[in-house]
Design a protein around this ligand. Structure first.
Ligand code: FES
Length: 149
């Protein structure tokens, strides 16, 4: 007859910790694979569906030479339609100290805090902003304007 090791002895503890480590490794592995799959399935802004886009309104409601600030997305942005009809979307948050930018009705976004200024390509024209604004992707589908903020 085979003799069993005493319960709670070194063999039992070793087996318990091996099982515990295997369980933790399994949980970690499952989490890692799930995170990887979520990352690979994450929507892309460009060429993706409209899931992550903000519907701004109908194109014919924004005549050339007009602009509007859009809030409600995770960050406010300006949508400007140039006099030539080009649609431009730029964050409305200054890259210096995060003040809200104002559109001058022409070709610039102005910062009221320290007089920073940007052109409609997002480039810094003057003042202390350390870097340009990132242009936001804009698309028009069925006459409706969508921006990827
Ligand atoms: S916060 Fe805009 S220039 Fe300083």
């Amino acid at each position: 007859m085979e003799e069993k090791p005493p319960v709670g002895g070194p063999q039992g503890r070793r087996r318990f910790f091996k099982g515990l480590l295997a369980g933790l490794a399994g949980l970690w592995g499952t989490g890692f694979v799930a995170s990887l799959l979520l990352y690979l399935k994450a929507p892309r802004h460009h060429g993706a569906g409209l899931d992550s886009a903000v519907s701004v309104g109908m194109l014919n409601e924004l005549p050339p030479g007009q602009g509007q600030m859009v809030t409600g997305a995770h960050r406010p942005f300006w949508l400007v339609r140039s006099k030539e009809g080009e649609l431009v979307a730029l964050p409305a948050v200054c890259t210096h100290r995060r003040c809200i930018l104002q559109w001058d009705g022409g070709n610039q976004l102005l910062c009221p805090c320290h007089q920073g200024s940007f052109d409609l390509n997002g480039n810094v024209l003057g003042g202390p902003p350390p870097h340009a604004l990132e242009k936001l992707a804009v698309t028009v589908k069925g006459g409706r304007v969508y921006v990827y903020p």
